[in-house]
Design a protein around this ligand. Sequence first.
Ligand code: NOJ
Length: 512
Amino acid sequence: MVSFVVVLLVVIALIAAVINGENSSIKRSDFPDGFLFGVSTSSYQIEGGYLEDGKSLNNWDVFALYPGGIEKGENGFIADDHYHRYLKDIEIVQSLGVDAYRFSISWARVLPRGRFGEVNPNGIMFYNKILDELVLRGIKPFVTIFHHDIPQELEDRYGSWLSPLMQEDYVHFAETCFKNFGDRVKNWITINEPNLFAQMGYQNGIYPPARCSQPFGYCSAGNSDIEPLIVMHNLLLAHGKAVRLYRKDYQSEQDGLVGIVLNCIMYEPMTDDDLDKEAANRALAFDIGWVLDPLIFGNYPSEMRKYLGNQLPRFSVAESNYIRDGIDFIGVNHYATLYAKGCIHSSSSCSLTGNRSIKGFVDFSTEKDGVPIGESTGIDVMKVVPRGIGEVIEYLNKRYHNKPTFVTENGYSEPEVQDQVPIILHDDKRIEFHKAYMSSIAQAIRNGADVRGYFLWTLMDDFEWNHGYLLKFGLYYVDRKTLNRIPKLSARWYQDFLINNTLASNIQLAVS
Ligand code: NOJ
């Protein structure tokens, strides 16, 4: 009798776990037919070969030389040496069993002097070889045109994205890509995370060109309230021009789609108070709507226009017409869920944090009443909150009428810096992380969202911007001395998930 009761309780607990979505046995078949699984990388973070075969210095090469910009004074000069090892890397990508691979083109490798010089044939050849190899192996390329790296000459000549001149340079770069690579690329991404790029480079000043004002930091120049808005304006117009060009001159022949990728933080209200609910909505509008409202509806969100007034640049009628309806799909990079608290009526806290302008008079926290929103990862604001990805997808779905969406990045880095290789390789937390986030996406799809793919960030440990090589997001560990790639347990899990579609618990660690 006792044992019967125990069995019954276990069964009830299991059913409850399934209902609560705690069942980690996510399967490929939980996603619709044609759903693409992939991995993502970016040029500066893996390529190296920083002055090879005609590539010029870019903004990160130069920034890396400033003392204090990057942990341990690291840089991407060699990075993962993908420039020389790309063939082997593509073999690894294929061995995972993915459908698609997302990578970016180094602007300074293809156009070392922007539109002030010639196209570099070696740069074109490099990406041609990558594309040919992917196509040969049946892997769909998703190509990001601009992922944070800019030829330094464009910064030096006219201040890059602070100037409207950058729109012409960007369009020239994009067209060079369409012309040379477009026969094999069916999914283009114009810009990676313009919202984060504008914030990090021009509000916080921790990415190049390191511009900011108080209270964000002690940059040598900049204006944290105004410049991110100008930079975004130029990014959006550049995107719009490139998309129009693609649709006019290339799309009918090349038959590709063009999207943009955003950094999609989910904001939840700190309390049930209406002011906090409004704050969370405002934060979403200022962060996501800032990019997508113009590209879908032709103007900045009403929330931004209301609160920022003349500070916010304006689109002319002609501009509004050519940026509107300017994306075929939305790319979601998701790494964080934060609590939002309005500070619109308490100017003191907003002025201390500086969260006016692009932060919409909202303060943020990873804790409520001292309780963290989720488990820690390697980056302070990125806690593990699987529900957040489903919530942000549902927000996009509602606001943008179920536009096709790809999760173009989602990834986990461990909270402690670890130098014991066997421990690094035994990354069960990464596996649990992806399983939980995938479950949340599968649920959003069941609720009606048009999500078409999941790209895991990232293939291998790489140059993680200001964190250098300390933070690790990869499925593969890269030995910094030999640059050998070694699969972590998560690589085996992903492979198993994609190819065998069985439970991860069966996997044994190959290397220990
Ligand atoms: C998003 C960025 O696109 C990527 O470059 C970065 O490495 C990841 N976030 C992790 O921080």
